[in-house]
Structure formats: C-alpha cells, structure tokens
Design a binder for this molecule. Sequence first.
Ligand SMILES: Nc1ncnc2c1ncn2[C@@H]1O[C@H](COP(=O)(O)OP(=O)(O)OP(=O)(O)O)[C@@H](O)[C@H]1O
Ligand SMILES: [Mg+2]
Length: 250
Amino acid sequence: MHIVALHNLKGGVGKTAAAVNLAAQAAEAGIPTLLWDLDAQAAATWCLGAQARLAKPPRKLFRRKAPIGREAARTQWDYLDLLPADESLRHLDDLVAKGKDGGRLLHGLLQPFSENYALVVLDCPPSFSRLAEAVVRNADRVLCPLIPAPLSLNAWRQMAGHFDRKRYGRDKLRPFLSMVDRRRSLHRTWAETPPTTLRGCLSTWIPYATDVERMSVRRAPLAAFAPRSPAADAYRRLWTELAEDLDTRP
Ligand SMILES: Nc1ncnc2c1ncn2[C@@H]1O[C@H](COP(=O)(O)OP(=O)(O)OP(=O)(O)O)[C@@H](O)[C@H]1O
Ligand SMILES: [Mg+2]
C-alpha cells in the first residue's frame, strides 16, 4: 500500500483539490483507493458528495478504542472510498501531540487499511504541526502544492529545512506548482523552469481554472463532470507522474 499526503503549511494552495482529483484518478485506473480527510474543514469530504460524519469521536479512534476502519465508506465512484472528516477533528493535533510518538500512532492506524487498499491519500490541514510530522513520517510521498510567488518559496524553505533537521525523509517531498495563471509572467517562468530551490519538483503544474472551483458546487472530482477540461487533464498527468515516481523510487 502506498501512502501519499497532500501537505503545505500554507492554506488555500490546492491541497484538497489535488487530493480529491488524484484519488479519483487512481480509482479510475482501478486502484483501490482510500481518501482520508484529516482536516476539520472537511472540504474533501464535501467535494466527494459525502454526507458522512465520523461515527465515533476522534479521541476514541486515535486511541484505538474504536476501529477506524469502520469509518471508511464507499463513495459513488468505483474503487474510491472516503474516511470523512467533520469539525470534531479540530483537536486532532492535540491528540497526536499528547501521544508519545505521533508517527507510530498514525502508522498503527494506517496499517490495517493495507488489507483493502493499494493507495491511501491523506488530505492534511494547513499547518506545521505534530499531525503534519506524523503524516510526513508515514507517507511514501508528500505532495506540496505551491502557488508561484516569492513567499511560497519562503514557506517551502522553512518546511523542507524542518523536515531535513528532523530527518523525516526530506527526499519524499514533491512540490508542484498549483493555480498557475499563464497571464502572469512569474507564473509562466516558473511553469517552464521551476526554481532550483524546489528540489524534487514534479514537472506537471495545475492551471488556475474555474472548473476546479466548481468541484465544490458539483461535489465531484473533475473527471466526473469536466473530464476533458485542461485542469482535469493536468490532474491526470500529475497522477501519471506520481504513479511512475511511486513505482520507480524507494
Ligand atoms: N487550480 C485551481 N484553479 C482555481 N481555483 C482553485 C484551484 N485549486 C484550488 N482552487 C480553489 O481555491 C480554494 C482553495 O483550494 P483548496 O481547498 O484545494 O486548497 P487547500 O490548500 O486544501 O486549502 P486549505 O489550506 O484551506 O485546506 C478553493 O476554493 C478551490 O476551489
Ligand atoms: Mg484543504
């Protein structure tokens, strides 16, 4: 089972849009996929059209007093299941921080899913938290969407530096450009040649597109309602690039 996380300490950069579309692309390729919404905002849960809420409180789930596997539910798309979020997750970080070893705690929660899924996609809240650290330690790849702007690079340096110092596997970080607006010269320049600071940067970039915004109205991945749009095509290519990366590197 591969574990892919969407993470960035910055908010509103396209983590959830990528988590939903990448999970949908993997499912469309016949890969049994679980999208785990770890964000109390529950945007991924919303975008998959789920009414679901967590049946048990996170306190019980994360202390393994109640089986987390039972929270995963089918979506209307084949091979795509969702472990939903709701506002009860807002104290998740405290829960992870209180545990002795957040990484090990999350590992224990993820392990049983390998019986049913070949891929787990984690949609993380925007933060630089203990939860984020636990996620990075467990993920095979950590995808970080970045909007082209100098300040995005500052956040990236901070994040990558932190994971370096903690030895959390800096090499799994995969930045990619998000919300690229080709009318803007900096966006065009970065899309053609990403800054060298973005080590491991994926070559696929996601265009700025109203179709992506429509996901929260249609409550579906792009492939379900705008499969031939440039944005859907970009997520398809992002998935292909990621799948190759997962297969070919340790
Ligand atoms: N490529 C895009 N083009 C246009 N709008 C986008 C694009 N990607 C995301 N958006 C919009 O930008 C907003 C933020 O996107 P999204 O929720 O995916 O970001 P996020 O990083 O998950 O945010 P948060 O940090 O709050 O979890 C949403 O309204 C979404 O519809
Ligand atoms: Mg989000």
